[in-house]
Every structure is written in structure tokens, then in C-alpha cells.
Design a protein around this ligand. Structure first.
Ligand code: C2E
Ligand code: CA
Ligand code: CA
Ligand code: CA
Length: 278
């Protein structure tokens, strides 16, 4: 029994060190990938729940490493957060998004509004709002073309978050709370935030049709949004039944595989150009 215990322990430490090694390796590759701009941005459509029209998109980071192959965000984003690389990564994605929006505009493809995920470490940079203004200027984009997605936990974690968010809002850039309902922000707190959009987490959407709890939560979020004058986006929508429920409850915007997976810029333009209003 002792020997078995020892073996188990050795196996455990070996696994631990394998995981730690992989982490170090990934971080090293990621640093290189950011420096040499190996990361790309893909776009996932946001669609009006009533008309099916394109109303915007979310920019999502994609990493195809020559050495490692495709690495999913769920693997590299946490490492980027822990190592601080998320600032440079977020920067790269923001810039690539602006560049792409400008390029689309020159061809007459005006995606109304693209949202970019922003990390707490970016928001903590004192000059983030100035930097944002400079980017919009450099790529000649109206502020309304851009939205930032921020999680509740991020907002709670940043000192002076409200000041920073107000400065961003003053530029005319929209703000949304991502994965809404999974954090703990109070109603009173939410009322103070200069946000325009609540994104309903996929976990709740998954529960539509599978019992009352998730449906009740979604109704509550939409009711809350309505009473505060905010709009709602539901993410992870895969089924017609989910769209029917969300539309009936007053959720304006749908994002999910039902309409489209995240696509590279060329594929996104091909799929959505003809359906674009104007
Ligand atoms: P998120 O911000 O909640 O993004 C939505 C995720 O759900 C994306 O995963 C998207 O591909 C996926 N998704 C969309 N529709 C569906 C659907 O119908 N079904 C299913 N099963 N999934 C769907 P992705 O691209 O793997 O990104 C995962 C997370 O990584 C994101 O979650 C976000 O938190 C983070 N992330 C991605 N890109 C960036 C970035 O540029 N900066 C930062 N800070 N985080 C990022
Ligand atoms: Ca997001
Ligand atoms: Ca989300
Ligand atoms: Ca989510």
C-alpha cells in the first residue's frame, strides 16, 4: 500500500511538472507569437433577433502556431492574463480589428459595430482611453464602430474603473458587460456604470427549454436591462427554439452558431456583405 501511495505521488508530481512545463512553453511561444503578429482576429456575427439582419460582430483572437498548431483561446488567454502578455495581446487584437474595419469600409462594407474583449490589465493602464482615441483617429473610424466587452469581475477589480469607463464612454465607444449573470454585481452598482449592453451568458441560453431556472434568469436580465435602458445580446445561440424564446422575451440581438461561427475576415465579408443594410 505504501508503494502504491508513493507511485501515486510520483505520478502526481510528474503530471504537475508536465503541466507546469507546458505552461512555460506556451507562454514562451505566445510571447513570440504576439511579437511577430502570428495572432489573428476572427469575427462572429451579431444578428437582430427579429429581422435576421447583421447588426455587428465580436472580434475573437485566434492563434495558429507553426509549432503547436491551433491553440484555443481557453488555453492561451488564461496564460496571457497571468503573465501580463494580455496587454500586448489585447492591443494587437484591438489594432487588427480597427485596421480590418477601415479596410472593409474602403470597400463599402460597413459593419455597424464590432466589439472587442478587454482585460482588466488593459483597463488599468492610465492612458487606455487616450490610446483608444488615437486608434480611432489613426484608422479614421467613428467611435460608434467600436464596442468594448468587459466582464463584471474586471469592473469590480479595477480601482477607478468607473472613471476609466466614463472616459471611454465620453469618446462615444460603447461598453457591454460580458457573461452577464455569472458575476455578482449589484443592481445599485450596475446603475452607476456607463454601459449600454448586457451580454447574456451562454450557460443560461443552453438552459432554454430545459427547466424553468435559466429561463427565469434570462427574463430577469432582460427586465433589468429594459428598466435601465440597456440592450441585450444573447451569446451561444445554436437553436431556433432559443431564438424564439429570446425574441419573445425582448432580447434584441443574437450571437451564436445558429447564424455563424467566428469567421476569418474574408469569409465574414463573403457571408455578410450582401445581407448588410445599405
Ligand atoms: P467570450 O468572450 O464569452 O466569447 C464567446 C465564445 O463563445 C467564443 O469562444 C465563441 O467562439 C464561442 N461561441 C460563440 N457562439 C457559440 C455557440 O453557438 N456555441 C458554442 N459552443 N460556442 C460559441 P472563443 O473564441 O473560443 O473564446 C473563448 C474566450 O476567450 C472568450 O469568451 C473570451 O473570454 C476570450 N477571448 C477570446 N479572444 C479574446 C481577446 O482578444 N481578448 C481577451 N481578453 N479575451 C479573449
Ligand atoms: Ca466576449
Ligand atoms: Ca461572453
Ligand atoms: Ca461566455
Amino acid at each position: 500500500a505504501k508503494a502504491a501511495g508513493r507511485n501515486r505521488f510520483q505520478r502526481y508530481t510528474r503530471q504537475m511538472s508536465a503541466a507546469a512545463e507546458e505552461r512555460v512553453l506556451l507562454e514562451r511561444y505566445l510571447r513570440h507569437a504576439i511579437e511577430f503578429k502570428e495572432l489573428e482576429v476572427h469575427f462572429q456575427a451579431k444578428v437582430d433577433s427579429g429581422s435576421g439582419q447583421l447588426v455587428g460582430a465580436e472580434a475573437l483572437a485566434r492563434w495558429h502556431s507553426p509549432a503547436l498548431g491551433m491553440v484555443a483561446p481557453i488555453r492561451f488567454i488564461p496564460i496571457a492574463e497571468e503573465s501580463g502578455l494580455i496587454v500586448a495581446l489585447g492591443e494587437l487584437i484591438l489594432e487588427q480589428t480597427c485596421q480590418q474595419l477601415q479596410q472593409w469600409r474602403t470597400t463599402g462594407f460597413d459593419v455597424p459595430c464590432v466589439s472587442v474583449n478587454v482585460s482588466v490589465k488593459q483597463l488599468e493602464l492610465a492612458d487606455f482611453p487616450h490610446h483608444l482615441a488615437a486608434l480611432l483617429h489613426r484608422y479614421q473610424l467613428p467611435a460608434s464602430a467600436l464596442e468594448l466587452e468587459i466582464t463584471e469581475s474586471v469592473i469590480m477589480a479595477v480601482d477607478n474603473a468607473i472613471d476609466t469607463l466614463n472616459a471611454i464612454r465620453a469618446l462615444g465607444v460603447k461598453l457591454s458587460i460580458d457573461d452577464f449573470g455569472t458575476g455578482y454585481s449589484s443592481l445599485a452598482y450596475l446603475k452607476q456604470l456607463p454601459v449600454q449592453v448586457l451580454k447574456i451568458d451562454r450557460a443560461f441560453v443552453l438552459g432554454i427549454g430545459n427547466g424553468q431556472d435559466n429561463e427565469a434568469i434570462i427574463r430577469t436580465i432582460i427586465g433589468l436591462a429594459t428598466s435601465l435602458g440597456l440592450s441585450t445580446v444573447a451569446e451561444g445561440v445554436e437553436l431556433q427554439e432559443q431564438i424564439d424564446f429570446l425574441y419573445a422575451e425582448g432580447c434584441q440581438t443574437i450571437q451564436g452558431y445558429f447564424y455563424s461561427k467566428p469567421l476569418n475576415p474574408i469569409a465574414f465579408q463573403q457571408q455578410w456583405r450582401s445581407l448588410n443594410p445599405a
